[in-house]
Design a protein around this ligand. Sequence first.
Ligand SMILES: Nc1ncnc2c1ncn2[C@@H]1O[C@H](COP(=O)(O)OP(=O)(O)OP(=O)(O)O)[C@@H](O)[C@H]1O
Ligand SMILES: [Mg+2]
Length: 296
Amino acid sequence: MCDHEDPKDKILDAAQTIRQNTRKETEKGFRVVIAGKGGVGKTTITALLSHLFARDGLTVLAVDEDPQMNLPYAMGVPRERSDAVVPLTKNLDYVEEKTGARPGAGWGLMLKLNPDVSDVVERFGIRGPDGVNILVMGTVVQAATGCLCPENALLESIVRFINLREGEVILMDTQAGVEHFGRSIAQGFDQAVLVTDPTFNAVQVVKHAAVLARELGIPTVHLVVNRVRSERDVEKVEEILGDTADLFTDRFFLPYEERLIECEPDVEPMLAGVPPSPFVEELGAVRSALLRYGTK
Ligand SMILES: Nc1ncnc2c1ncn2[C@@H]1O[C@H](COP(=O)(O)OP(=O)(O)OP(=O)(O)O)[C@@H](O)[C@H]1O
Ligand SMILES: [Mg+2]
């Protein structure tokens, strides 16, 4: 149940304080949120980028914010293990024990927590192939408009509290749609990757998400058009974007990739780049852009 005792403003103030206290000048790593309509390829792209970054030698924390919890499997964690993952939301007693924080109370104690990636993974996460760290949030209580539940705030704080060092990156896969995107969980992120396919509805979603991302203060918003099959697809997306194209920092067009279906979720053949694939090449361009913008 959503606890209405904590007024939204108070919680948001606390969230702001957490951010100010934890996003130190020394923070060198960066946070990326991936969002878009259902089924456009968010989880696939999060998983593949995580592997690419890990192979670059970065420490990656992939956060699954989707209640469907399918990121671990997409990352290559075997089914038995990924099905057995206990999400944070099912683990609140444990969170309390480890942090001294309780949903809806103990903000002061929470402010003292300042873990790094390895702390958080050791306490709450799992490790997948390529040494990628995975944190699964589970079902976040979502109530009527305007209510930011203490549970949500606690989960958000855990992501926020992490103090990223040089070479550390958070990639957060989100649930479909933009309803949740306005929540503050993506606030404080450095970059957004908004994924669409070449369909009208999916492009409408990324347009809306781009506005919300800007409102959340995310300075760098990349557009990724996935499953592109033809030049006509590219033109169609450009037409639908119209003058909203300015909302995006840059844009990438990922071709339809048969091997994603064939290899799922074994990313090895995909990322080995043999035979070379236009999809992997363009994904490499997305990776380079993310590295280039970093925390800017
Ligand atoms: N470029 C591509 N070419 C072909 N198939 C793709 C491509 N990208 C993703 N897919 C496939 O599309 C399907 C949906 O992808 P994925 O699960 O990553 O989407 P999602 O946005 O995370 O979906 P959901 O909103 O349900 O979480 C998967 O079967 C995936 O393998
Ligand atoms: Mg998904």
